[in-house]
Design a protein around this ligand. Structure first.
Ligand code: GLU
Length: 478
């Protein structure tokens, strides 16, 4: 068996959307699972759809997500160039070879003639007119500079069949396939030609791509056969849906990897979730790091049916990754979001991490959870009212001055000492825990709900700030 070689072949037409990254990821995982190589090839022959900057987005996203290629435009390799626009001469050479073999032919038809071939729906099936030109006519036209394209010569009858590893036996009648253009009049190849030439020359053993290519694969196979090349193994991936009827697509503006990172999702969770969009692991474990995925991935686990992109589930997974982080990791990865709260240099980041880790799923929830640290001021006495806790303003008026007193007496001001002092107070006042805890927490945060209970918050604020805030809130009730 030759070494497994897979490739990701994006067109630089904008963001790297979730579906694209999934295709890349599966190619990467299959290669790594088999000790093979994963290649990045940029398919930029459709100049009209080219979007400036998108090649860089592809490089950055793949590096950042860890779906890293062994060969590619910016890392090199023995099968380059890895950008199609730099391979123009190669395609011309092979197109001529294919013409010689009868698999393709020159077509000099004018756009006017082509337009007469369209049916009432605007569909066109080329009538093989130029297939009948003599060698002399062809040479004469080329000599005179008549513009031409090179078309694939699809048999008039018969069926093209192949076995797809996910979808099984696929057959398409040749009569339903058009003699499509392989080389355009500007000398650029179409995708339909370039993908075959490149996959062969780059030694690709397994072609992994979306189901939109299922039915065009027979025409690619005709070229492999005409050249006498071995066909690759085909693995077509099910579509990713936004809901039951709509595909997730970059044209509809559905989010890219980058968007989710900016929204505060843990990167590893995005990759982990994307791996599950169309593939099921043998075990029931769903949380898997990239290296665990590399070991677990298998083609048998790829599903035929479309998968629905469930952001809630990805969020849950992101939360699982956050819970599993050490405090140091958390502070490092959440940096951008922590900085939005201007807490640096003022609070113990270790404690902030402890407070936040069990309480958020994505980093963008951070500012809202900890803004009470920086924002404090007048609030409605209504906040003291909580039916289940049996508290209200009257209870607060009793609790707060006493709480201030016992907390002021503490030499050591930490979770445990605060806890013990307040529990003591509960007993002395003959109240319930909730009555004391709720009132003090509201009084020092000015918020109905906070990340963390009264002990965590008071410890974070420190003794001085806690007492200042209690004074403020006691005054507010007068
Ligand atoms: N450039 C094609 C695309 O972006 C690649 C398809 C393939 O993997 O062959 O859809």
């Amino acid at each position: 068996m030759s070494k497994v070689r897979t490739r990701f072949a994006p067109s630089p037409t904008g963001y790297l959307h979730i579906g694209g990254l999934r295709t890349a990821l599966y190619g990467y995982l299959y290669a790594k699972n088999n000790g093979g190589d994963f290649i990045l090839r940029i398919e930029d022959t459709d100049t009209a759809r080219y979007v400036d900057g998108s090649v860089q987005i592809i490089y950055d996203t793949m590096r950042d997500s860890g779906v890293m290629y062994d060969e590619g435009p910016d890392v090199g390799g023995n099968y380059g160039p890895y950008v199609q626009s730099e391979r123009k001469d190669i395609y011309t050479e092979y197109a001529k070879k294919l013409v010689d073999k009868g698999g393709a032919y020159y077509c000099f038809c004018t756009p006017e003639r082509i337009s007469t071939l369209k049916d009432s729906d605007g569909n066109m099936k080329y009538d093989k007119h130029c297939l009948n030109l003599s060698q002399a006519e062809i040479e004469e036209n080329i000599k005179n500079g008549v513009p031409y394209v090179i078309r694939q010569n699809i048999p008039k009858e018969g069926t093209g069949s192949y076995h797809d590893l996910v979808y099984g036996e696929i057959s398409v009648d040749y009569k339903d396939i058009e003699d499509g253009i392989l080389i355009k009049s500007d000398g650029m190849p179409t995708y339909n030609f370039a993908n075959v030439i490149d996959d062969h020359l780059m030694g690709i053993t397994h072609v992994i791509r979306g189901t939109e290519y299922l039915s065009s694969t027979p025409k690619y196979n005709l070229m492999y056969d005409a050249f006498g090349w071995e066909r690759p193994t085909y693995i077509h991936l099910p579509p990713i849906m936004k809901d039951a009827t709509h595909k997730l697509s970059k044209r509809n503006g559905d989010a890219s990897y980058e968007d989710f990172v900016n929204k505060g999702y843990v990167k590893e969770a995005i990759v982990n979730y994307i791996a599950l969009l169309g593939w099921s692991p043998k075990s029931n474990v769903e949380k898997m790091s990239l290296s665990e995925l590399e070991k677990a991935f298998s083609l048998e686990g790829i599903n035929k049916s479309p998968s629905i992109f469930d952001e809630t589930k990805m969020k849950w997974l992101s939360g699982e990754y956050i819970k599993a982080m050490t405090n140091e990791e958390f502070v490092e990865k959440a940096d951008v979001f922590l900085r939005q709260s201007k807490i640096y240099g003022k609070y113990d980041l270790n404690k902030i991490a402890e407070l936040l880790k069990p309480r958020i799923e994505i980093f963008s929830e951070i500012p809202d959870k900890i803004n009470f640290l920086e924002e404090f001021g007048e609030f409605s006495p209504e906040l003291y009212y909580h039916k289940k806790m049996k508290t209200d303003v009257e209870i607060a008026k009793i609790v707060l001055p006493k709480a201030r007193e016992v907390l002021a007496n503490l030499d050591e001001f930490n979770f445990q000492t605060i806890h013990d002092a307040l529990i003591d107070l509960v007993a002395k006042l003959g109240m319930k825990n909730g009555q004391v805890f709720w009132c003090v927490r509201v009084a020092i945060s000015a918020k109905e709900s906070t990340a963390g209970g009264v002990m965590e918050i008071a410890e974070l604020l420190g003794k001085e700030e806690t007492l200042n805030r209690l004074d403020f809130s006691i005054n507010l009730l007068k």
